[in-house]
Design a binder for this molecule. Structure first.
Ligand code: FAD
Length: 467
């Protein structure tokens, strides 16, 4: 059967944050035409299926597409993010990407959008509503913006079994729950579990009524250290300096994490437990204090089955009941995947080029595509900085990111783009501190400059297992 064929210079698969950020920068940095395909009905990717109380955990100022701010510059004046830059909610993020699609991408006349459309392995695009089929042809390249393979409780059922009568819901179902329960059991150790715990506490659930099944504990970033805005210079750029000083002076990886914790650069919920996980989750001091209120923590490995009267885990059992509410927060989020070269001839696979910065990374990869021709040269600018999983990845990401920064600094064109890039959050702070020197900020910059080279060298040797 012959299907109608749509053509454009670039076919972008995925209208999540990465596909949108890539398309936006390609639009700015080139004359190219594009087709954007997504199986979801709206742009924004996984945010469309997120629980209603989700928020970004890093400031909105560093998220979204390069050409349009997601934030309004607001500092929160209440709540557990008080004093810090705003964090967009899931609905705000979806509305933002909808606006970017309609007011920017489609309005350009150079972008076609196929929502509710799935690209199959056979190259055919099928409309999920009605089954219409078409083919898309990339005159230049196909851009695979599905690499993150995001997994959410709403779309990925639990991997543990559920006995008859057991009440188990996703975080998204919680706000509509009205039946009383004897207690809530949170299953999971990541950001979704933390968000759920905070939301329950905010709703007035007693901390003693919450059981938290946490197979692993995580190192958490401190939100005070990732604030944009010059007024936060000392904390943010001072934090970078302190990270490099900790690295430079560390006698071992354990000693490094002890130093990072002593400097309030990394933190953990329970200071008696050695974290075995690191996934770039960010919390404020106020959130950390709330999370510490939950003391019924079960560390017996992963759940295997929840039966009406007990939960069977890898290393033991705990009691539960049919009157307890179990919350599945155990989807993988962003699964670990082996990195790939980003430029692969007729295919581009955007991945992170900076620590946990999905949209900055996609924008930079798009800009390189628009301004450079040789794949080997572009790949040399784009060592993948994969999302972290274990504490060691904190070291690995610093080293990989530094390699990219060094490559970028060699290109005058890219330096100019970075200087004006909205998503390049912290460089303008440094530029301003240089232009408007004052003794405090200059001292911080000096500390950073002194520590960065030996710090990175030390991280490399720790990673190589030399110590
Ligand atoms: C719970 C959670 C919270 C997060 N919070 C933050 C945060 O605060 N800050 C931050 O920087 N990052 C955060 N992240 C990281 C997050 O993954 C990225 O921010 C980003 O949203 C991922 O975007 P993406 O486009 O790579 O993936 P997705 O959002 O998964 O988008 C990929 C899109 O591709 C589509 N697709 C896949 N295959 C096909 C196909 N064959 N045909 C058509 N369409 C297809 C999917 O429908 C999907 O819409 C969070 C991640 C999770 C899971």
């Amino acid at each position: 059967m012959s299907e109608p064929v749509l053509e454009a210079d670039y076919v972008i698969v995925g209208a999540g944050a990465v596909g949108m950020a890539f398309a936006d920068t390609l639009l700015s940095s080139s004359e190219a035409s594009m087709i954007v395909i997504d199986r979801r009905a709206r742009p924004g990717g996984h945010w469309n299926d997120a629980y209603p109380f989700i928020r970004l955990h890093a400031p909105s100022a560093g998220y979204g597409v390069n050409s349009l701010a997601l934030d309004s510059g607001r500092i929160d004046r209440s709540g557990w993010n008080e004093g810090f830059h705003e964090l967009a909610s899931g609905p705000e993020i979806c509305a933002y990407f909808d606006r970017v699609m309609h007011e920017r991408l489609l309005a350009s006349g150079r972008v076609a959008y196929l929502p509710s459309s799935e690209l199959g392995a056979d190259g055919v695009v099928r409309c999920r509503l009605g089954g219409a089929r078409k083919r898309v042809r990339a005159l230049k390249k196909t851009v695979d913006c599905t690499f993150a393979d995001t997994r959410l409780p709403a779309t990925d059922p639990p991997r543990f079994a559920l006995g008859a009568g057991v009440r188990c819901v996703t975080p998204g179902e919680l706000p509509a729950m009205s039946e009383p329960c004897d207690g809530v059991v949170i299953i999971g150790a990541g950001k979704t579990a933390m968000d759920t715990a905070l939301w329950l506490l905010e709703q007035g659930v007693d901390a003693e009524a919450i059981t938290w099944i946490r197979p692993r504990d995580a190192w958490l970033l401190n939100r005070a250290n990732v604030q944009p805005g010059f007024e936060f210079f000392a904390r943010t750029i001072g934090g970078f300096a302190a990270e490099m000083e900790a690295a430079r002076d560390a006698s071992s990886i354990d000693d490094l994490f002890a130093r990072l914790e002593a400097g309030a650069l990394l933190q953990r919920i329970d200071t008696a437990i050695a974290p075995t996980m690191y996934r770039c989750a960010i919390v404020s001091d106020a959130e950390l204090a709330q999370l510490r209120r939950i003391t019924r923590v079960v560390r017996l490995g992963h759940v295997k089955v929840i039966e009406p009267g007990r939960i069977v885990l890898e290393q033991g059992t705990v009691a539960t009941s049919e009157r307890h509410l179990h919350v599945h927060c155990s989807a993988d989020g962003i699964p670990s995947r082996l990195p790939q070269p980003m430029f692969q001839g007729e295919r581009i696979v955007p991945q992170y080029v900076r620590r946990c910065s999905p949209t900055f990374s996609a924008a930079l990869v798009a800009h390189l595509e628009a301004t450079m021709t040789d794949d080997a040269e572009k790949n040399a600018m784009c060592t993948p900085v994969p999302p972290p999983c274990v504490p060691r990845d904190w070291l690995r990401m610093q080293v990989d990111e530094a390699r990219n920064n060094a490559m970028w600094s060699k290109s005058a064109e890219l330096r100019a783009w970075l200087a004006g890039a909205r998503l390049n959050l912290f460089s303008p702070l440094i530029a301003r501190a240089v232009q408007e020197p004052d003794p405090v900020n200059t001292a911080i910059l000096d500390r950073y400059r002194t520590a960065v080279k030996p710090g990175l060298a030390r991280l490399s040797s720790l990673l190589a297992g030399a110590e």
